[in-house]
Design a protein around this ligand. Structure first.
Ligand SMILES: [Fe+2]
Length: 263
């Protein structure tokens, strides 16, 4: 069987109104360019994962525009919320054809899980008791399937100390749970606007770049980096192995407001 090919896009930060700039850039245009680059260079994909912060200040129109852009690729898409999102609006407006906010999908012998780490009105992540219960229940009922977990917030230190105050608060409980299930092959997140590849025992931990502006790696405070937007590609094999690689747009971020102190 050929490998499953997945695209992960994260942290779109699409603004409420089309054409609006954020930190000097048009985040919606960058999302469209990033998606197009990924599909042109590495597609077609079996599945696209959107791992949170789809909208900057969430409103129905942001999600409708995101849905319209995704729809033109006729590819299954799963979306989960980040700290900036309104999950209720996402479930209403990212719910058509191939696009949805389902929490689980079995695809060619792999289990894909989409967790909600949102803590309402906070940039910090948490996996609520019912989310951990869902995870435990679903892993137990699909024990034979290699599993990829997607979640917005990171569960391990990224090296950016200001960002690490906002990781999943109860990461220890999450990691203890997934280590009890050797079928879990990888966890991939967004939120950090930078990439990493780490390991926790046999489990690979990945972070995807943002499709808009990036944060400076290993910074102790908020800092915008001029690395271009990017995305992650996964290849999932039938024997439980996986490969992952990050790609970036071949552009210079000339309009970015590097003096911004918050976002
Ligand atoms: Fe973000």
């Amino acid at each position: 069987m050929a490998a499953l090919k997945l695209l992960q896009l994260s942290d779109l930060h699409v603004t409420p109104h089309a054409g609006e700039l954020m930190l000097g850039i048009d985040t919606e245009a960058f999302f469209q360019q990033t998606l197009k680059h990924a599909v042109d260079r590495h597609g077609p994909f079996d599945l696209i994962l959107l791992t949170g912060d789809l909208a900057q200040d969430p409103c129905a129109d942001s999600y409708r525009r995101i849905c319209r852009h995704l729809s033109s690729y006729n590819t299954r898409c799963l979306c989960l919320p980040g700290n900036h999102d309104d999950f209720g609006l996402m479930q209403t407006h990212l719910h058509t054809g191939n696009i949805g906010c389902d929490k689980q999908l079995v695809l060619d012998g792999w289990l894909i899980l989409m967790l909600n780490s949102q803590k309402i009105d906070s940039p910090i992540g948490v996996l609520a008791d019912d989310e951990l219960a869902f995870l435990a229940r679903t892993l137990e009922s699909h024990a034979g399937l290699p599993t990829l977990i997607a979640v917005h917030h990171h569960c391990i230190a990224s090296g950016s100390s200001w960002m690490d105050t906002m990781r999943i608060q109860n990461s220890a409980a999450f990691l203890a749970l997934i280590k009890k299930h050797p079928q879990v092959k990888a966890v991939t997140c967004g939120h950090v606007h930078q990439t990493f590849t780490k390991h926790e025992g046999q489990i690979a931990l990945f972070a995807a770049p943002a499709s808009c502006f990036q944060f400076t790696p290993h910074s102790s405070e908020f800092s915008i980096d001029d690395t271009p937007p990017g995305y992650r590609v996964f290849r999932l094999y039938g024997d439980g192995r996986l490969q992952s690689e990050v790609f970036r747009l071949p552009i210079k971020m000339t309009d970015l407001d590097r003096n911004a102190r918050e976002y």
